[in-house]
Write a protein that binds this ligand. Structure first.
Ligand SMILES: [Zn+2]
Length: 480
């Protein structure tokens, strides 16, 4: 009985404290499409004693150092704000109300003169015929490391909407309907809209997934092939990673507005968004399949900052492996892929530039942005040969990835080497890693064991290339 009174008293105290200071942070976003821009209103409940820092993208994201200029008319009610455009953030303090209001407008269309690929992918583009905005280009969000604020409750509602259809990756298939979730749901997302937006569904493993396109040419330009690709590839990837999906996956394939760049894309939470040139006769050219596979592959193998030889290189290995294992492409295609990478790496003037130097210049593009893919996937191929030589397995990639999987979110080079040492002598691994990844020595493949059924040969200029010597043996490596 006594305890009951105490509990009641504690509840009353908590209730009174709650009136003065809610103690719970809650983000409530409201969007209005207005004159080819988005007016954004954030109603934010936040403990009155704390300051709060919110970010609008960052300088590393696509090399867009002036991205803060997309934010116009930034104002606050109920607190004081200090915008810090140099660091892509605002500080909110001196909270005078339980609910404060932050308003701003996102406005950006691409300039008429030449724009490059990151400019189209990593900037919002809002015109009277187009809406393209990544989550961190639309919403002010907490630091990516702040797990407490990222798990805070969040709501997104729309008032005025564009005349054309809109697809929000955070709420797939539901247009601009209200959405409730966690703040983290807005971080790696995208919103696309277009007068020609076409939204298809594909069932995989009992879950409805989405294929979103905005064809610029004839209707037969795309959709059936893309649906087939998603069904086939995504189902194979789920099988490889031994997973049953719980949420929809969305494949958004959206045309570039201005540039003829063949294809690129961004792996996001719950889907990916590819951007492509409309010059080809079909969206799904053979070469683009590899890019789409790569971006879907980021669902399992992430980016990991300067850990790009893994995030990009091993992911590239995964994508060519899975298109082969799923039967979409044949084993010769796998070999051709590596021969192209071996050739490119061999002839790159910066092939011996160490990993961290490459990372610093990644957004200078050209070879800087390709070397992590080339180097990482060739390094992965070497590891496959080494694992097979030491353990006798035909399934080296599957075995290694299954061992890495539980640690994927917290992977570091040290942890990776620790895990790989289940298969290969650790000393050998460390020396190898130091030589080929850290110090960027040329991978000549001389004396390296290769996956069985293929071998290395050399062109007159010393460039290594692979040939299949035993098709049946080689094909045995590709298991799901
Ligand atoms: Zn990638």
């Amino acid at each position: 009985m006594k305890n009951k009174h105490l509990t009641l008293l504690a509840a009353v105290i908590l209730l009174l404290a709650g009136c003065k200071n809610p103690g719970v942070t809650k983000f409530d976003y409201h969007l209005d499409w207005n004159n080819a821009g988005l007016d954004v209103r954030l109603t934010l409940a936040h403990p009155q004693t704390d300051t709060l820092t919110l970010y609008y993208c960052d300088e590393d994201f696509g090399g867009q150092t002036d991205i803060f200029t997309c934010v116009k008319n930034l104002k606050a009610e109920g607190c004081t704000i200090l915008p810090d455009s140099a660091h892509y953030r605002i500080q909110l303090f001196d909270f005078r109300k339980n609910n404060i209001l932050l308003t701003y407008r996102i406005e950006q269309s691409l300039p008429d003169d030449f724009v490059n690929c990151p400019m189209e992918v990593f900037r919002p583009n809002l015109t009277d015929k187009m809406l393209y905005a990544l989550g961190n280009h639309l919403f002010f969000l907490p630091d990516e490391e702040d797990s407490v604020l990222l798990s805070a409750p969040m709501k997104v509602t729309w008032g005025s909407v564009p005349e054309f259809p809109v697809f929000c990756l955070y709420n797939p298939g539901k247009g601009t309907e209200a959405f409730e979730g966690q703040v983290a749901d807005l971080l790696n997302t995208v919103v696309v809209g277009d007068p020609g937006l076409h939204i298809d569904t594909v069932m995989c493993a009992g879950v409805t997934n989405y294929v979103v396109t905005a064809p610029r040419k004839l209707e037969e330009y795309n959709n059936a092939n893309l649906k087939h690709f998603l069904r086939f590839f995504y189902t194979s990837a789920l099988q490889f990673w031994e997973e049953t999906p719980e949420k929809p996956y969305s494949l958004i394939v959206y045309p570039f507005e201005k540039i003829p760049f063949e294809v690129t894309g961004l792996g996001l939470d719950g889907g990916f968004c590819a951007r492509y040139s409309v010059d080809a006769d079909t969206i799904l050219t053979h070469g683009r399949e590899q890019t789409f596979a790569h971006e879907i592959g980021h669902h399992w193998i992430g980016f990991g900052g300067d850990f790009q030889w893994f995030g990009e290189g091993f992911n590239d290995f995964q994508s060519i492996y899975l298109v082969t294992a799923s039967g979409l492409h044949n084993t010769q295609n796998f070999i051709d892929f590596f021969n192209e990478y071996l050739e490119k790496l061999q002839h790159s003037e910066i092939r011996n530039l160490p990993n961290d130097e490459i990372f610093k210049n990644f957004w200078d593009l050209g070879d800087y942005s390709w070397i992590p893919y080339w180097r990482g996937s060739i390094y992965a191929l070497r590891l496959m040969g080494m694992i097979e030589a030491q353990t006798g397995t035909d399934h080296a990639f599957k075995d290694l990835m299954m061992a890495v999987k539980p640690s994927m979110d917290k992977l570091t080079p040290e942890l990776f080497l620790e895990i790989a040492s289940q298969f290969i002598d650790k000393q050998t691994l460390q020396v190898d890693f130091e030589r080929y990844i850290i110090n960027a020595e040329s991978m000549t493949l001389v004396g390296d064991p290769m996956p069985s059924g293929c071998e290395v040969r050399y062109r007159k200029d010393g460039t290594p290339y692979l040939v299949i010597t035993d098709e049946a043996k080689f094909a045995r490596h590709f298991v799901l």
